[in-house]
Structures are given as structure tokens and as C-alpha cells.
Write a protein that binds this ligand. Structure first.
Ligand code: GDP
Length: 480
């Protein structure tokens, strides 16, 4: 006993009736509400051309993307590149410089629209697609939603500054995603530039440059003088060639939402990166839990186009609502199917949120109960306050609370509102977030809600201490 026919149909985003028919062909008589075993479910999933993944004997996960591509239908596609690196090391400048490397623009003026991604054609006719939002926050946010759009990461390191905190973060994010890194050692025009120092520093992060016998391509460049840019482009194309990137343009489009917004007079507009197939005006689609019909497609030059193939970013008009960046975009055969898939997605999103909330709350609860059982010796905290004075007072009082057995462990403290980074840290560590006379910004609140991180608001120091004391003795009641 594993899964009902309806649930299986939902997971595959197929019609229930079709699943019943397929089961019949396989000699299994079942109605939509009946349960079938995991082996049968797996066969059905494969029959529909989806990917089946057994989570356990009882449960089965369905990869919505079909893997029914015929080798002969596959054609080479341009690489998709994300630029990462420390603030002020030149990510934006480099993206601008690369944008100007486009030779296809001609008199039309080239890439003019900032739609979240752009494609350039370089000497020799090859094309490259760049994601226009630099930084690992956007990259990891998309990954968190299951989207893998980036084929190659350009890690920008300023030659006069070297590897900094966010460089290291970017390296971790790229490594976690298993995406190859090409290092652009930027600002070599500056007097203090020292590319060799950057390469030596890379070694400390297990990135061994080619010139030192490793496999990491490092290219000295200047986004300002454009020196080295052709080398950088060539290196990316080389890296892409090794990846043997291919897609079938001759099928209904699938892709990922790069960004989406509500625009006056245009309605909901989404930039979609097509990953397989070809997207056309008139296509009916589902984007996240929104659906629609393509009214118009607009490319990165601001021109209306009729279609967009693999690795092409394009603005899509005709959505009924605004999906999230990182959500997937799939063309389906008709309106009924679009609505069905969209409502299933909406339901799944709700369930995932509930699950995350339950999990997050659980982790704080678990933490508290482990403290109570004497298994945990630390209560992790993230504390933000409006002024230094209060923060100092809270920290020193907390210090005094600690006993031999348990102590409050402040992972991060500072003056200012609760931001996304605070929540990410709390999520990763099961910490309680304390907001003293400060608020959480909208993104942080949403993230906390999504991931079930608990933020507690205070305006009296005594109450903070009291609650932490309760938590340390395992007596704190979670807020509802
Ligand atoms: P981001 O924060 O990583 O996006 O960095 P920006 O692209 O905004 O660049 C930060 C500063 O460095 C700006 O003042 C740029 O003009 C400057 N900059 C970027 N690239 C270069 C370069 O190759 N040479 C020099 N001299 N300055 C650069």
C-alpha cells in the first residue's frame, strides 16, 4: 500500500483518468481513490515518461520533468552563466562589459533591456547567456526552489583586494551546487593589482589554478579597460564545451522563472529562461502555481519575438499572477490542464510551507527539549537591537545566566533590523531570533515564516532574560 491513484496523478501533474487507463493497460483495475503499491506506481511513472524516485518502500517521488529525449533530437545550447563575488569587486561592471561584447546588436543598439538575463553573440557566432542578478543570494534562492539554471559560475575577485568574506561564501555556494568555477581576476589595470596573490589565496579554498597544476581557469581581466575579456569569454566557452550542453528545441518549452513583477499597464511580467524546447506566442503554460497563455514574447533588446529556444531568456506577457523567481515554467496542451497543474502546484506549495513551519518549530522545540533532557548544552541565539547600549546590557545579562550545564550561545548580534541573513543563520543552526525594539523586514519575515524560524519581539530587557532563562531550563513555551 503506497499511494492513491489521485495522488500519483497529482505528483505527475497528469489527469487522474489517464492514470486509471494506463493502469488498466497494465492489467491493474483501480479507481481514482484506490491505493496502489510503490512498484506499480513506479511503473506508471515511467510509462508516463517521468522520472521516478523511491523515497522508501511506501513512498515515491516524481520528477516532473520528462526524460524522454532522443539523443538525435538534442542540439548544442549556449551556456548559462552567473557572476558571483565580493561586493565592489566588479560583478556589475563585468556584466556590463560582457554585455557590450555582443556583436549581434549592430545598429539596433544591442542589449538595452534589463530583464534579468541577457544573451550575447561573440566573434565566431557562439552565444552565451548571462544571469543579470549577480551574487549568491539570488543563486541559492533559486536553488532552494529546485532550479538549476547556472552551468558555469564566474567568480570575480578584485586583484587589489583578494579573497574576501563574500568570495568565500560564493565558493561554497558554487561548490554546493556542483557548478564549475571560472575565476575572473578583475581590476588588473589598478596599480596595486596582484593576480598572483589571488591565485595563492585560491589554494586555501581548494581551488587550484591551472598555472599551479590544477583545473581552475583563472583569467586576469579589467572590466574597465576591457583587457582580458576575450580570454574570459574563450575560457567560459571552453568550460561549456567540456560540459557538452545540449537540449531538444523541438518540444514544448520548459524553463525557469528568472524574475517576475507586476507592471502598470502590462500586468504580470516574467522573465523566463527557456531550458528545453521552444516557447511560442500562443502557448499555454504553468509558471509555479500561476498559469496563462503567452500574449507576447520580448527579448533582451526590447524586441517582440515569435519564439525562444533553449538558453534564451525572454519576457513573457500573459500571466494571470506573479510567480516567484526560481519556479519552473512548463508549456501544457490546454487550459484545463494548465488550471489543474496550477492548482496542484498551489496545494503543494501550501503543504511544503506547512511542513517547513512544522519542521522549524520542531527544531526549536527539539532544541529546548534536548536542553531539558540535559543533552544539549547550548541555546543558539541571534540577537538584534536598536541601540548598542541595550545590546550590551542584554549580552552581559545573558552571560551571567549561563550555568555549568547550559549556556546561551550568541551566534550573531548587532544593531539593526532583522534581515534575511539573520534568518538564514538561524535556520541553519536552529537558533532563536531575538528582536529588541527592532522589526524584521518583509523578506526576513517571509523567509522566517517559510522556514519556520521563530522571531521573538521584545521591548523590555527583563523579558528577554526571563525567556532565555526559561529556554535554558527547557521551560519556554513556543509561541503560537
Ligand atoms: P560589484 O559590487 O561587485 O557589482 O562591483 P561594481 O561593478 O559595482 O564595481 C565596484 C567599483 O569598482 C566601481 O567603482 C567600479 O567602477 C570599479 N571597478 C570595477 N571593475 C573595475 C576594473 O576592472 N578596474 C577598475 N580600476 N575599477 C573597476
Amino acid at each position: 500500500e503506497a499511494i492513491t491513484v489521485q495522488e500519483l496523478a497529482n505528483r505527475m501533474a497528469e489527469r487522474g483518468g489517464e492514470v486509471v487507463k494506463t493502469l488498466m493497460k497494465m492489467g491493474v483495475m483501480a479507481t481514482i481513490t484506490q491505493t496502489i503499491d510503490a512498484d506499480t506506481a513506479e511503473l506508471v511513472v515511467e510509462e508516463f515518461g517521468h522520472r521516478a524516485h523511491r523515497v522508501s518502500d511506501e513512498d515515491i517521488e516524481v520528477g516532473l520533468k520528462r526524460e524522454d529525449e532522443d539523443e538525435t533530437d538534442l542540439q548544442a545550447r549556449p551556456p548559462v552563466i552567473t557572476v558571483m563575488g565580493h561586493v565592489d569587486h566588479g560583478k556589475t561592471s563585468l556584466l556590463d562589459a560582457l554585455r557590450k561584447s555582443d556583436v549581434a546588436g549592430g545598429e539596433a543598439g544591442g542589449i538595452t533591456q534589463h530583464i534579468g538575463a541577457y544573451q550575447v553573440e561573440v566573434e565566431g557566432g557562439q552565444r552565451l547567456t548571462f544571469i543579470d542578478t549577480p551574487g549568491h543570494a539570488a543563486f541559492t534562492d533559486m536553488r532552494a526552489r529546485g532550479a538549476t539554471v547556472t552551468d558555469v559560475v564566474i567568480l570575480v575577485v578584485a586583484a587589489d583586494d583578494g579573497i574576501m568574506a563574500q568570495t568565500v561564501e560564493a565558493i561554497s555556494h558554487a561548490k554546493a551546487a556542483g557548478v564549475p568555477i571560472v575565476v575572473a581576476i578583475n581590476k588588473i589595470d589598478k596599480p596595486g593589482a596582484d593576480p598572483n596573490r589571488v591565485m595563492t589565496e585560491l589554494l586555501q579554498h581548494n581551488l587550484v589554478p591551472e598555472s599551479m597544476g590544477g583545473d581552475i581557469i583563472c583569467v586576469p581581466v579589467s572590466a574597465l579597460s576591457r583587457e582580458g575579456l576575450p580570454d574570459l569569454i574563450e575560457s567560459i566557452l571552453l568550460q561549456a564545451e567540456l560540459l557538452d550542453l545540449k537540449a531538444n528545441p523541438g518540444r514544448p518549452a520548459e524553463g525557469t522563472v528568472i524574475e517576475a513583477r507586476l507592471e502598470q499597464g502590462r500586468g504580470s511580467v516574467a522573465t523566463v529562461l527557456v531550458q528545453r524546447g521552444t516557447l511560442r506566442v500562443g502557448d499555454i503554460f504553468v509558471a509555479g502555481s500561476e498559469s496563462g497563455r503567452v500574449r507576447a514574447l520580448i527579448n533582451d533588446r526590447g524586441e517582440r519575438v515569435e519564439e525562444a529556444g533553449p538558453s534564451v531568456p525572454v519576457e513573457v506577457l500573459g500571466l494571470t499572477g506573479t510567480p516567484d523567481a526560481g519556479e519552473d515554467f512548463v508549456v501544457v496542451e490546454d487550459d484545463a490542464r494548465a488550471r489543474e497543474v496550477a492548482s496542484f502546484r498551489a496545494e503543494r506549495k501550501k503543504r511544503a510551507q506547512q511542513a517547513a513551519t512544522a519542521k522549524g518549530r520542531g527544531s526549536l522545540e527539539q532544541m529546548l527539549s534536548r536542553i531539558k533532557e540535559g543533552e544539549a548544552a547550548n541555546l543558539p541565539l541571534v540577537i538584534k537591537s536598536d541601540v548598542h547600549g541595550s545590546l550590551e546590557a542584554i549580552l552581559s545579562s545573558l552571560d551571567k545566566l549561563s550555568t555549568e550545564e547550559v549556556r546561551a550561545h550568541v551566534l550573531h548580534s548587532g544593531v539593526g533590523g532583522i534581515n534575511e541573513s539573520d534568518i538564514t543563520l538561524a535556520r541553519a543552526t536552529g537558533a532563536l531570533v531575538i528582536a529588541f525594539n527592532v522589526r524584521a523586514n518583509a523578506q526576513a519575515r517571509e523567509l522566517a515564516k517559510r522556514d519556520g524560524v521563530e522571531i521573538r519581539y521584545y521591548s523590555i530587557i527583563y523579558n528577554v532574560i526571563d525567556d532565555v532563562k526559561a529556554a535554558l531550563s527547557g521551560m519556554l513555551e513556543p509561541e503560537q
